[in-house]
Design a protein around this ligand. Sequence first.
Ligand SMILES: [Zn+2]
Length: 309
Amino acid sequence: MRKNFKVYILGSSAATPTSARHTTSQLLNYHNKYFMLDCSEGAQKQLRRMRLPMMKIDNIFISHLHGDHYLGLAGLLFSYHLLGRTKALNIYSPEGLQEIIELQFKVSAHEPAYPINFHVVKQGRQWVYEDKNITVETIPMMHKIPTYGYLFKEKQALRNMRKEAIDMYQIPVEQITNIKSGEDFKSPEGEIIANQKLTLDPLNPRSYAFCSDTGYTEDYIDQIKNVDLLYHEATFLHDKADIAKEKTHCTTIEAATIAKKAEAKKLMIGHYSARYDDMKLFDNEARSVFSETIIAIEGMCVDIGNNEK
Ligand SMILES: [Zn+2]
């Protein structure tokens, strides 16, 4: 069975919360690990409301330091302290966050009970995280202050052994990893058995791109090419394209155009301006360009790449 790879929507609003929506925050689950993407006001409460394992988050990725993307972070970090967290926490963000957080702990005369490792994301495209299953790299966005999206990529798995081939060719256990890596097998009699007879193709690696906030640019299309799920901000409907441009945000049509040009398998839009109530309008407009669009709604969970074999 495939490992879990899913994203939970904690907040979907831009700039200010509304009575129905929190500002941007997501929780990504890969297998037994949890990664937070932006941590807005109310995100902690959303984690609790959605019964997500808050204490299992070990890595938090902040796109930029506009308040609607990180103002929930201090609250979460203080809660970790009060709840007796001892495990280290890694936070990735553009420069400035460490001073902000350290000042808040300092003035409250608290020393966090757990190590916080701040990782400053710098200009350009950077690999910021890797474990045995996935990698995370930054996606430079075009916004008023330094801003980064994050691209989560599953590593290519080894080939799958055909169970019957092990018995048929009497393959010793110590040879299995080499064969799964693509090597042929040489039997004790000297016969070469081609790898295709021994293995099956592995599943395609899956990927998730988180792109918020940004004006319309095609600069990162190559980087996110063929992504399984593209989350892209769509702050405005397209009749507000001028305002979107001025504020370095995107419209539905622009987000859908990026998805189309990047040949994404699926697009999820979010970061809706607080002026809108009817998200169906966003859905309809984006779908007019890219039919595989879904809209981010708080409380929902999306499987990443579940259409793939
Ligand atoms: Zn912003």
